[in-house]
Ligand binder design. Sequence first.
Ligand code: XMP
Length: 320
Amino acid sequence: MIQEIPAQELHEERFIAEKVKALQETVADGCAINALSGGVDSSTVTMLGHQALGDRLKTYFIENGLMRQGEAQKVVQLFAELGVIVEVVDARDEFLAALKGVIDPEEKREAVTQTFYNKVFGRLVRQSGVKYLLQGTILTDVDETVAGIKRQHNVFEQLGIDPKEAFGYHILEPLVQLRKDGVRKVGRALGLPAELFSRIPFPGPALAARIIGEVTAERLDTVRNATAIVEDLLKDTQTFQYMAILHQDRVTGIHEGKREYGQQIEIRCWDSLDARTAQPTNLPFDLLTKLAQEIIANVSGVVSVTYNITSKPPSTIEAI
Ligand code: XMP
């Protein structure tokens, strides 16, 4: 049973000191590795790990081809400014191969999980000889996995999976008592810039969680381009999270005077405190219209843009 620390009761400095000490004791004079995706949780755990272990923590950015535009360069640069060296591992082909032909949401999540933990990290661990993987699992990930809502790609122990047996290394999860609001407080106290600690959440399976149906390089480009537009136009809204989702169904539209059986993008924008429940943001209609115009004008093949007006539950924040 994980003892939750609600954000209002969190004493960041004390929390950091305790977790730094625990990491130092566990890893002792060994080394650990971690994957930094640039999301709030992995950025915070990276800073925590570096405070505890310094150069004995090696940080990787796994370029899985499922990330947002320019993400690898952005993350490497932001962390270089914080004194953390991030090595980029190009695993795009491996992830695309694992996702080929996969349509079922849980199978898609499982394909990302296995490629990440078994293949890519398994290899990195074998090459570097480390015993520990540090990761930013939070309580919401665990709750939803245990409740059977979604298999969050980073949750194992609570499902009876021993990472040491399954993958050959131990997983350390210092943020697992926190929810997103608590993680942001810790990230800020660890010196992350607001650009990182207040960043909107982004899921572990990345853009694969936002493609309904098969994930292909072309469909990734479509959702990536739409995501860039949505993130740019909604960045000043002070909402919890916003995203573009690519649907599997096609719809009839008109393109340059001709009928086009095209693609459909769904926009979601959420008000939420901790992702457990969420409400669609009441965005001004003018802004919604602008989003549609920009997506239609700049994302080829898209002929329809919709806005989600369903709360979580029964919706979930991501599409798969
Ligand atoms: P859902 O879609 O389950 O999302 O309502 C709740 C929150 O969690 C994020 N999310 C994930 N985060 N690994 C993560 O680290 C995952 O597999 C994952 N799936 C969803 C989602 O973006 C939202 O903020």
